[in-house]
Design a binder for this molecule. Structure first.
Ligand code: IPE
Ligand code: IPE
Ligand code: MG
Length: 258
């Protein structure tokens, strides 16, 4: 979608951004950007602060990422905010993250509405504390008619669990006779994942320099371009976002062809 806002020059004001903008191809904007927002803990540690301090700073950066996607005309932004494995963290950190969700969702709802953002959640909400679940449900419900950016929040999400759920529901359809096993295609699987109806990510960004997937969107990223940024998530500003989009644009996507 080649639809960057006209005031792009006023959105990007730093010298770095100005030189990056010169190489942005406005006709090759990714449709869907997925981000593994990593490095909050290290960011806090560098400052001698508790990990939750890093998560707070990280949450503030989500606003910046949303602004970037809207500015660039990206249609879908998926953010990995809590994995099925993150429950193994110390109790106070998990509690801190769960209450941070409530705080941020309540605080940002008005601005999401103004920006016409539609919020979707992937992951198992049933295991979340009641207040956190309610805050997500409220945000999804209040923004469901919005027509702008689709913001997909992965919370208590794990791609393996998502695949298990998909396999179970496909198996049930076979059991009751509404689907024949020989009719199962790659598309059938895609349509039973929590990301059904969302196009596959064109680019997967991981911050903080880690080169792993950590159980995120295993099926959907088959042909996504992976861009690793060394920046810790709380420092991942609009300039670094732009640099990642440009890195994506320099890739030759071949999808198995030549
Ligand atoms: C990512 O930052 C946020 C979540 C996983 C919730 P981390 O908390 O993983 O930060 P590091 O990787 O320890 O620096
Ligand atoms: C992935 O980051 C999960 C989220 C960003 C929510 P982690 O920090 O949990 O991943 P690992 O432990 O480094 O693989
Ligand atoms: Mg991490």
């Amino acid at each position: 979608m080649a639809n960057p806002a006209k005031d792009i020059a006023s959105f990007y004001t730093s010298e770095r951004a100005k030189s990056l903008l010169a190489s942005l191809d406005e006709y090759n904007i990714p449709r869907h950007v997925a981000i593994i927002m990593d490095g909050n803990g290290r960011w806090a540690k560098k400052r001698g602060k508790p990990r939750v301090f890093g998560h707070k700073a990280g949450a503030a950066m989500v606003r910046e990422a949303i602004a970037s996607t809207i500015e660039l005309g990206i249609e879908y932004l998926t953010i990995y905010s809590f994995s099925t494995e993150n429950w193994t963290r110390p109790e106070d950190e998990v509690k801190g993250i769960m209450s941070l969700f409530v705080e941020v969702l309540e605080r940002e709802l008005k601005s999401l509405q103004e920006k016409d953002v539609r919020v979707k959640v992937i992951g198992d909400k049933s295991a979340l504390p009641a207040k956190t679940r309610a805050a997500f449900e409220n945000c999804v419900d209040k923004t469901k008619e919005n027509k702008g950016l689709t913001l997909v929040v992965a919370v208590n999400y794990g791609a393996r669990t998502d695949l298990v759920n998909a396999v179970r529901s496909i198996a049930t359809e076979v059991e009751v006779g509404s689907l024949r096993s020989e009719d199962i295609t790659t598309d059938t699987i895609a349509q039973h994942l929590s990301t059904a109806k969302i196009p596959d990510p064109d680019v997967l960004i991981r911050t903080s320099g880690e080169m792993r997937i950590s159980n995120f969107l295993l099926y959907e990223i088959a042909y996504s371009e992976i861009v690793v940024s060394d920046t810790l998530w709380p420092d991942f500003d609009r300039d670094e976002f732009l640099a990642c989009v440009i890195a994506f644009q320099h890739r030759a996507r071949r999808f198995g062809g030549v």
